[in-house]
Design a binder for this molecule. Structure first.
Ligand code: NAP
Length: 375
């Protein structure tokens, strides 16, 4: 169905000149291609009724041999508006396009060349984007800009049953934002693919994908669309973890915020590779690379928009102070013995057997052998 996209006069598809040269499609052809994906929701609705007993993510219906893989792929394809076409938006788009979905991109900056390169359609104007009636609007903007970006979208131009999803690295904040800013008829799925261009360089297989179906309308077509969207990640082999947004944020403070904080602290030390790197040290260098290649906005968002991050930062400071205290207490003991009890100065043998080496650091039963284990 050519739907509202047929108002091609108003609709601007900002394809890079390189793309126009290569494919040389007319605007009408491009719009038709965008429109092609508008019908699958109806098809999926019919299919969902047939396959009501199927398990979630089991997207290969028994009839697949009968209809052929191409036909099955066409049925499953979604028209997805990626809002926020920076580093991560482009990373996701690569896979979305490969899976046969139509990607409509929108961003603050002009990413039309990157979109064309990836096989997506770039819309500078959010009105034009919404008038294409995507099945899914996927929010991939920075955490800090999410509210402003969401509120700048003319959601009244979308179909009333549109599915909104997000991939922000914090979850309670977008959940509350989407619930408060979107019309009640819209479906909402909050997600966090817990990987990025660095960690998923070799594919998404086995990597965790957290999701919370915050609101999915109780009708076959909506359920089928939600499953088709989640199926994108399941098909890539992600470990699908259904979890409330609140629970995600508790865990993410410990896993993600801690990891990024340690990476950024180490980056301040400007560590360099040496001729005698241990395995443990190589791990630290990799941690710096993995965390500092993400934008500071992302890291700042993990802190500002996760309620649990402040406490984690305090615990980290406490842990650093505890380790230092253990070292300095031991040092003072040695000095005091020398000053007041006339014991001989500590030689290397004494140092090797000193209480410093023997005592485990408070709360860290593995500290004795850390160096050996890490090498
Ligand atoms: P980011 O710095 O968090 O976000 C960059 C994106 O935000 C770009 O699309 C940028 O638009 C947009 N943006 C920034 N400030 C803006 C503003 N004031 N107004 C409008 N748009 C603004 O980096 P990212 O790595 O691309 O992450 C995007 C989202 O994915 C974040 O919410 C992040 O938490 C999530 N995520 C990232 C990873 C990862 O590994 N990187 C993993 C999972 C989830 P322009 O480029 O058009 O300027």
């Amino acid at each position: 169905m050519a739907m509202s996209c047929s108002s091609s006069v108003r609709l601007r598809l900002n394809l890079a000149p390189s793309c126009r040269r290569r494919a040389a499609p007319t605007n009408l052809q491009l719009l038709r291609r965008v429109g092609v994906a508008a019908s699958p929701l109806r098809l999926r609705a019919a299919r969902a009724t047939e396959g009501a007993a199927r398990q979630p993510f089991d997207h290969v219906p028994r009839a697949v041999e009968e209809v052929g893989e191409d036909e099955e792929q066409r049925r499953r394809s979604l028209k997805i508006a990626v809002v926020g076409f920076g580093n991560y938006g482009q990373f996701l788009t690569r896979t979305l396009v490969r899976q046969g979905h139509t990607v409509l991109a929108h961003s603050r900056s002009d990413h039309s060349a990157a979109a064309a390169e990836l096989g997506a359609f770039f819309f500078a104007d959010p009105h034009d984007l919404c008038e294409c009636h995507p099945d899914v609007v996927l929010l991939v903007t920075s955490i800090l800009s999410a509210e402003a970006v969401l509120r700048s979208l003319p959601v009244h131009r979308l179909r009333r049953d549109t599915l909104f999803a997000d991939v922000l690295s914090v979850k309670e904040f977008p959940r509350n934002l989407l619930l408060s800013a979107l019309p009640e008829e819209f479906d909402i799925i909050c997600t966090h693919p817990m990987f990025g261009p660095e960690s998923a360089r070799d594919g998404w297989g086995g990597l965790p994908f957290v999701f919370d179906k915050v609101r999915v309308g109780d009708c076959p077509a909506r359920r089928a669309r939600a499953e088709a969207f989640l199926g994108i990640f399941a098909r890539e082999g992600c470990r699908m973890v259904e979890m409330s947004c609140a629970e995600h944020d508790v865990h993410a403070a410990e896993t993600q915020f801690l990891t990024h904080t340690v990476g950024r602290i180490l980056a301040m030390l400007e560590l360099l590779s040496t001729p005698i790197n241990t395995k443990g040290y190589e791990t630290l260098l990799r941690l710096v690379d993995n965390t500092c290649s993400d934008s500071f906005d992302l890291y700042n968002g993990l802190f500002m928009y996760n309620n649990n991050s402040t406490e984690l930062l305090s615990r980290l400071e406490w842990a650093m102070d505890s380790v230092k205290k253990k070292l300095f207490d031991g040092l003072h003991d040695v000095l005091r013995r020398q000053l007041f009890e006339g014991s001989p100065p500590m030689d290397s043998a004494t140092a090797a057997g000193s209480s410093l080496d023997d005592a485990p650091i408070d709360g860290d039963p593995h500290s004795d052998n850390d160096e050996e284990e890490s090498e």
